[in-house]
Design a protein around this ligand. Structure first.
Ligand SMILES: Nc1ncnc2c1ncn2[C@@H]1O[C@H](COP(=O)(O)OP(=O)(O)OP(=O)(O)O)[C@@H](O)[C@H]1O
Ligand SMILES: [Mg+2]
Length: 378
């Protein structure tokens, strides 16, 4: 795997040492498109860098189990950290008047920690902070998922209280949230009713030329060397997604007639075909939509953060889009829009926050629709 230790070290420093004029003690939000290496970086570069600088790291991936409520996943991660740290458990048990004799055994069960349980998340994190005497960093991967359920929202507020408590009285708590969609992540911090109001939202730097060079160095099982100068622009065109390059290299690996001569040209063709295969796949789903679903998708994609699903101006736009795709001029009513949004969610094209705010699931789709001219005049 290709590592970015320098980026990790700088980011860790930024997270841990907050300037008194910065809002980042509220948390830091990192956004980067799908499949570009966020999780890999968080786990294998950032986590070790934070630990090296003396922090305790708790990592939570809200996509790990898409069926579980995000609040449960967050609580489970905090319980997990506690179960590795007996002094904190002892303290919590004492707080409950259990004497702490049988921690981890009969008397104190981790089930007692959670939202609305005997031990709140604030108490749990405080105990961890006090007994470990270190700053705690909670990394929440795919954090936007937290605001898709009411309990998830509650968990974010519990974390905010914990952050305030630990930052003012103890060794500090930093919450680092990542996600693949800037619009969605922004919802976690833009509104005053959100737990992490005002936290900075940073575009997480994609893998670049150093990765491409590493990739070329590590495809030495091919009959000739790939040229980084040729691969770099291809990587950019593939949306900085390592898997596209990897799949193209595999295509060549399994071609047993392959020769050294013309290898780079073959690789270019393989990457191009990977890119269009990925796009064709998405467009097949789009083309299977009903005219109204397609119209709602395009209007949402064109509006982005400003999307207001049921305003009269928006209803007119649906009408325009439906006319364009089917030739039918029909008035679009509320229930039809609601149904279309539900169907689009079902197909994982559209995402909904629990407050009823919508976003396109994958930003790459917006570009694809725009490229086909579907968003013009919407
Ligand atoms: N530094 C790296 N070196 C080599 N391969 C990488 C690196 N980073 C990512 N990859 C590869 O790219 C793919 C996507 O990586 P990863 O899952 O980390 O991305 P992500 O942005 O978290 O994706 P998602 O949007 O699905 O959460 C994986 O197959 C991974 O192995
Ligand atoms: Mg990920």
């Amino acid at each position: 795997m290709f590592h970015r230790p320098e980026l990790a070290r700088k980011l860790a420093q930024q997270i841990l040492h907050v300037s008194p004029t910065s809002a980042s003690s509220s948390g830091v939000f990192l956004a980067a498109p799908r499949r570009t290496g966020k999780t890999t970086f968080m786990r294998h570069d950032l986590t070790p860098a934070l630990r090296e600088q003396g922090a305790m790291v708790i990592y939570v991936d809200l996509w790990e189990d898409p069926k579980a409520d995000p609040s449960e996943v967050i609580v489970a991660a905090i319980r997990g950290a506690l179960s590795n740290h007996e002094p904190a458990l002892l303290r919590l048990a004492k707080g409950l008047g259990l004497g702490g004799a049988k921690v981890g055994g009969v008397e104190f069960s981790l089930d007692r920690i959670g939202l609305g349980k005997d031990v709140s998340l604030v108490q749990a994190l405080s105990a961890l902070s006090e007994t470990s005497q270190t700053i705690i960093v909670l990394i929440i991967d795919e954090a936007q998922h937290a605001i898709t359920t009411p309990a998830g929202n509650d968990a974010m507020f519990a974390l905010k209280s914990a952050r305030d408590e630990l930052n003012s009285n103890q060794f500090g708590l930093r919450v680092v949230c990542t996600g693949s969609n800037r619009d969605k992540l922004a919802m976690l911090k833009n509104s005053k009713d959100q737990a992490f109001f005002g936290a900075p939202l940073i575009n997480f730097p994609p893998l670049g030329e150093a990765y491409v060079k590493w990739f070329c160095d590590h495809t030495d099982d091919l009959p000739a060397r790939l040229d980084p100068a040729i691969v770099a622009p291809l990587f950019l065109r593939s949306g900085n997604r390592p898997e596209i390059l990897g799949a193209a290299a595999d295509e060549l690996r399994f071609d047993f007639t392959l020769e050294a001569e013309g290898l780079n040209e073959r690789f270019v063709a393989a990457v191009e075909s990977q890119i269009s295969a990925a796009n064709d796949d998405t467009m097949r789903v789009v083309h299977s939509l009903t005219p109204i679903q397609f119209a709602v998708l395009c209007v949402l994609a064109a509006a982005g953060e400003k999307y207001a699903p049921f305003e009269s101006a928006t209803l007119e736009k649906y009408r325009t889009a439906v006319r364009r795709v089917s030739g039918d001029d029909i008035a679009i009513e509320f229930p039809a829009v609601q149904q279309a949004l539900a169907a689009l969610q079902e197909k994982s094209l559209v995402w909904k926050a629990s407050r009823g705010v919508y976003a396109i699931e994958d930003v790459a789709l917006v570009e694809l629709l725009r490229g086909h001219g579907y968003l013009e005049q919407l």
